[in-house]
Design a protein around this ligand. Structure first.
Ligand SMILES: Nc1ncnc2c1ncn2[C@@H]1O[C@H](COP(=O)(O)OP(=O)(O)OP(=O)(O)O)[C@@H](O)[C@H]1O
Ligand SMILES: [Mg+2]
Length: 253
């Protein structure tokens, strides 16, 4: 199992978006959005397709600059992209190794690599290239890549969406376990409300574009959480309600 380096929550960094606006041409995506993610907190963003979730992650990572407003970030940020973040010319092992460059001890590096491969169940595929893997396998490599080595902040854009249901559940539990061992500040985007309810300290429900935070839900239950836990069921019910997806909210039934 992947032991990693123990880290104290107080040493993990926070993220701040203050009054941020962003547009692509005439398309206003964010309009004076403010958001604080506390050290070691897992914040999950849910909201309609095209509302600006990936844009928020790109602003947090510094991949794009906001048109106005300010962003505070410190520490090492790793991102799981919504679509293919792997280097196509590198093998599975080489892609994962990128996060371990600072680890000088070759034996330790090899050990971590083996543990990460075991975690994502891709032993035997280490010398394959991304184009030789299925979508789900690629996403598992992505997860190992961001978890390898030390980082402070994880930005995760629908990291498990291409996985089959069982693998998705397993990866979710592995992520919870790894974050207990190696706390990081996490912003996680998903369309899966079950995932949001199992993972989040706080769920931010976003409105249609330009995205505003239409609802904020604090989930104070300990992790790991079972799908049948009251806290999870209550959170799912609340999120469905906010998204207008409860049966009682629909007019067509
Ligand atoms: N590079 C870009 N150039 C122009 N428009 C863009 C660009 N990136 C995103 N947009 C537009 O900005 C809006 C928000 O896109 P974004 O990718 O942030 O949405 P999202 O909430 O992540 O959606 P999804 O849930 O489908 O991934 C969309 O209308 C999209 O068309
Ligand atoms: Mg997106």
């Amino acid at each position: 199992m992947y032991a990693g380096v123990m880290k104290d929550k107080s040493s993990v960094n926070r993220l701040v978006l203050e009054n941020v606006s962003h547009s692509y041409g005439a398309v206003a995506v964010l309009n004076h959005l403010s958001l604080v993610v506390n050290p070691g907190e897992i914040v999950v963003l849910v909201g309609p397709s095209g509302c600006g979730k990936t844009t928020i992650l790109n602003l947090l990572s510094g991949h794009i600059e906001p048109m106005s407003g300010s962003i505070q970030r410190e520490g090492v940020i790793r991102t799981v992209y919504q679509h293919d973040g792997l280097f196509p010319w590198l093998t599975v092992l080489e892609n994962i190794s990128i996060g371990l460059r600072s680890l000088k001890d070759a034996t330790q590096r090899e050990k971590e690599l083996r543990e990460l491969l075991e975690l994502i169940h891709l032993e035997g595929f280490e010398h394959h290239y991304p184009h030789q893997l299925s979508g789900g396998m690629k996403q598992r490599v992505e997860l190992a890549r961001v978890l390898a080595g030390d980082s402070d902040i994880l930005l995760m854009d629908e990291p498990f969406s291409a996985l089959d249901y069982q693998t998705r559940l397993r990866m979710r539990h592995e992520l919870v376990r790894l974050l207990k061992e190696r706390p990081r500040t996490v912003v996680f985007v998903t369309h899966d409300i079950e995932e949001a309810a199992q993972l989040a300290d706080r769920v931010l429900v976003l409105s249609n574009r330009p995205a505003t935070i239409s609802h904020e839900l604090q989930i104070n239950a300990q992790r790991p959480r079972d799908l049948t836990d009251n806290a999870v069921i209550e959170a799912m019910t609340a999120i469905l309600k906010e998204l207008g997806l409860q049966t009682s909210d629909r007019n067509d039934v």
